[in-house]
Write a protein that binds this ligand. Structure first.
Ligand SMILES: C[S@@+](CC[C@H](N)C(=O)[O-])C[C@H]1O[C@@H](n2cnc3c(N)ncnc32)[C@H](O)[C@@H]1O
Length: 288
């Protein structure tokens, strides 16, 4: 079992990277962490979360980076949720749920935001990071669930979420799976979304440069073999990601405006995606 928590993997960074000022402000103002103690707090939470999930997003402190608020569509998302035009935001594979807290800090009612993740320990780590277990309780705002569970009594359906969500955020999520599993996850996203034009799916994930060609490779490290199952990541380029959503649209009789951008950044993605053409893909899909 100790190999599972091996800290010699490249994505276990010993030191906390410089904290983004927006994240620092969130931790100080929303969570009440003393400014001088922000890095120590992040490090302490990471060490606890590592014992739950020795994932790259934990080991390399990606959970301390905000994604959604960097999107140009973010002000519209906040405005829709604040005005009540939208009543439910759901983040899937939310991990510690940093973007959920940013939305609340920006004025979105906490009753309109929800997160779900496979691992309750990561949701609890998020409550520890943001010191808000009272405001965002488990089993209400934060649901531990296998998103790939399509049985009738799956947790999200039993919680009454099917057909109720205005916007789904999936960051660093779909790339965790092989392509057939991504198709299952995308279809599940659609059963949760309201059947309204304007319903939205947003996120960011690991990918490869446009034209380099999508590819599948084994997940690095022991987490690729959790439960004895060898898992693979399917990394898209811009075109293959659009193809995936064409297929989802055809299978579900829905039409989507699909905006996908690629970002070439020398960052921590290189610690676990060793493709030289590695990119981050950001996407905004709007139901037509
Ligand atoms: C790479 S992490 C990203 C976490 C978060 N979105 C972020 O960007 O910081 C992927 C997350 O997906 C979750 N996950 C993986 N498989 C899942 C499943 N079948 N159902 C729900 N969550 C899952 C993991 O537990 C993990 O928190």
């Amino acid at each position: 079992m100790e190999a599972f928590f091996d800290q010699s993997v490249p994505w276990y960074l010993v030191d906390v990277p410089p904290t983004d000022p927006v994240m620092r402000k969130l931790l100080v103002e929303y969570s009440g962490i003393e400014d001088a103690k922000v890095e120590q707090h992040i490090a302490d939470i990471r060490d606890k979360a590592w014992r739950v999930a020795p994932f790259p997003c934990v080991g390399s402190f990606l959970f301390a980076e905000l994604v959604l608020s960097t999107f140009s569509v973010y002000p519209k998302i906040v405005a829709n949720l604040k005005s009540g035009a939208w009543t439910r935001y759901l983040e899937v594979g939310c991990g510690l749920g940093q973007d959920i807290r940013k939305l609340i800090h920006d004025g979105v009612p906490k009753t309109s935001v929800m997160g779900t993740d496979l691992l309750p320990g990561l949701l609890e780590s998020g409550q520890g990071l943001f010191r808000d277990a009272g405001a965002l309780p488990l089993n209400q705002s934060l649901l531990a669930a296998d998103f790939l569970d399509t049985s009738n009594d799956n947790v999200l359906s039993k919680a009454g979420l099917d057909g109720t969500v205005d916007i789904i955020h999936a960051t660093m999520f779909l790339h965790c799976f092989d392509r057939p599993t991504q198709l299952v996850a995308c279809k599940r996203i659609l059963t949760l979304l309201k059947n309204n034009p304007g319903a939205m799916i947003v996120g960011k994930q690991g990918g490869v440069a446009k034209g380099a060609g999508a590819r599948e490779h084994p997940v690095k490290g022991p987490m690729g073999q959790v439960g004895g199952v060898v898992r693979t990541n399917f990394l898209h380029d811009v075109d293959s990601f659009k193809d995936l959503w064409d297929e989802v649209g055809q299978a579900t009789g829905t039409r989507w405006d699909v905006q996908v951008g690629e970002e070439e950044v020398m960052d921590r993605g290189y610690l676990y995606f060793d493709e030289e053409e590695h990119r981050w893909l950001s996407f905004v899909l709007t139901k037509l």
